[in-house]
Design a protein around this ligand. Structure first.
Ligand SMILES: [Zn+2]
Length: 346
């Protein structure tokens, strides 16, 4: 009995040390990706290099990587980017897409895109590693989109390409800025249609079932950060989000979507309670009025608690201030998505 008990302890310890080393690896990849490719401006050489690195990482894990090069116009110039995809076959051809853009606003905004969106990109990579040997019901496509920050070019191209298998697609989860803000939220598409191409708006889908499935699954896991629905704000009913990220082209195509992001809808930001101010940490404000959860003086405020698209979105500012917070959110997202992907049966 003693022997059995000891080996049980040994197996438990081995599993937890395996998990700890997987967590250390994915955390180091996050920091390395955002600092080695800190200027992933859409269409640039460095966005291309970041894509090469990602492809190598997936190939090292044994995946066959699909690359979809595409061209687009931005500011009257023809540019090029690509989407990168790996497929984890499930028992069913029915498919769930989990996507994250890997470009960033780049150095022109002073950002290294650590939270936006190295966090989603490396969460996908970690997820691929975690579930590749495990059985799951739905086929899962993990898609790293290019050129999101210049008009959702990658996701728009993805849903219009000839290889887009809409008939088998049950839903799309968008990971955009999944760490850094005070709280983790899961949104559904807005109940008023996004601006889709005319032909698409009649297909528009805003069913919250994927969001609600994610939320109820998250409640079963007690050792992760909790996920929230944002409260109703002006123009945005509870839990519904705008069309500013890669989930929008999918909603326009009639695909149920969910969007995970870290921010804080309780702060009164520059334009109201819109979730654009991500943190009440006073170091990201000129002066924060804790009682009123807004700037001390609107006219004098420069930071507004915004990390994304600013100089604060890099290791040198984020790690001294928010290391543990970001680490917890990052690992919670991976753990949660793994558990959801393995359990999900529609
Ligand atoms: Zn983003």
């Amino acid at each position: 009995m003693k022997i059995i008990k000891n080996s049980f302890v040994f197996i438990t310890l081995s599993l937890s040390s395996l998990q700890a080393s997987a967590e250390t690896q994915s955390w180091e990849s996050l920091l390395a990706f955002s600092s080695n490719f800190s200027d992933r401006l859409a269409g640039s050489r460095s966005e291309y290099n970041a894509g090469e690195w990602l492809i190598n990482q997936y190939e090292d894990l044994g995946f066959e990587v699909n690359q979809y090069n595409f061209k687009y116009f931005y500011k009257d110039k023809k540019r090029q980017s690509r989407n990168i995809e790996v497929v984890l076959k499930g028992k069913s051809p029915k498919t769930l897409i989990i996507g994250a853009h890997y470009d960033s606003t780049g150095h022109r905004k002073g950002s290294a895109g650590l939270i936006d969106n190295a966090s989603g990109t490396i969460a996908l990579l970690a997820l691929a590693k975690e579930i590749k040997e495990q059985e799951h019901f739905y086929t899962i496509r993990l898609v790293s989109f290019g050129a999101e920050e210049v008009g959702l070019q990658g996701s728009k191209k993805y849903v219009t390409s000839s290889s887009f298998d809409k008939d088998n697609l049950v839903g799309m989860i968008n990971l955009d800025t999944v760490v850094g803000g005070d709280y983790l939220y899961i949104h559904s598409a807005h109940s008023s249609p996004y601006k889709c191409n005319d032909a698409k708006s009649s297909n528009y889908e805003y069913s919250p079932w994927l969001r609600d499935s994610l939320l109820s699954e998250s409640k079963k896991l007690t050792d992760i950060s909790s996920y929230h629905l944002h409260p109703a704000t002006q123009g945005y009913p509870e839990g519904e989000t705008g069309g500013w990220s890669d989930h929008a082209p999918f909603a326009c195509e009639g695909v149920p979507i969910a969007h995970i992001e870290a921010t804080n809808f309780m702060i009164k930001g520059k334009s109201g309670f819109d979730g654009y101010s991500q943190t009440s940490n006073p170091n990201f404000w000129t002066c924060f009025n804790d009682e009123k959860q807004t700037a001390c003086k609107n006219k004098k405020e420069k930071g507004w608690g915004q990390i994304w698209h600013t100089k604060y979105d890099q290791e040198k500012y984020l790690i001294p201030e928010l290391e543990n917070h970001i680490k917890t959110q990052f690992h919670s997202n991976i753990e949660f998505l793994k558990s959801f992907a393995l359990a999900f049966k529609g």
